[in-house]
Design a protein around this ligand. Structure first.
Ligand code: RB5
Length: 157
């Protein structure tokens, strides 16, 4: 089945976002660019929030990884911190193809976070391809990731 990819960045990830959109469309993925539209300085949490809301509204978990998100900033760190505040989002910063494959296979990551200033365009494209082509293995990994959303807030003293 054809993959759908939601993608967004901030100014620090804008160039890699553009390269990813082109490469993934050439690979027959349906890519939806959620912005920004220019290189001006902007705040990454707003774009992480926009993408995660859209991914969750699409019911990604019910679609077995057919819709995935990619968030790009300078390091991938801020995007992943913001994205992981959404229950149901499992965002993984990956700096190599092995991490990308494991993020899908073991963690069922539904959002890949990339740092343009860390991985650059060549490696960034390879990491994204690895992420998008790997399936979740389920089984014991499903039991483990299911525990993420059962955490409770600490009791106040
Ligand atoms: C922007 O300068 C930079 O802080 C941002 O792209 C990202 O790396 C934050 O985590």
């Amino acid at each position: 089945m054809q993959k759908t990819v939601l993608i967004a960045s901030d100014h620090g990830g804008f160039a890699l976002k553009g390269a990813l959109i082109q490469a993934l469309r050439n690979a027959q993925c349906l890519v939806e660019d959620l912005g920004p539209e220019s290189t001006g300085s902007c705040d990454y949490p707003a774009y992480a929030d926009k993408l995660c809301k859209q991914l969750l509204a699409a019911g990604e978990d019910g679609q077995n990884g057919q819709i995935l998100g990619i968030l790009v900033c300078g390091t991938g760190l801020g995007m992943s911190m913001a994205a992981n505040r959404h229950p149901g989002i499992r965002a993984a910063v990956c700096t190599c193809e092995f991490m990308a494959r494991m993020a899908r296979a073991h963690n069922n990551a539904n959002v890949l976070c990339l740092g343009e200033r860390v991985v650059g365009q060549g490696l960034g494209l390879d990491i994204a391809r690895a992420f998008l082509s790997q399936a979740f293995e389920g089984a014991r990994h499903l039991r483990r990731i299911s525990q993420f959303d059962s955490f409770t807030a600490p009791e106040k003293p």
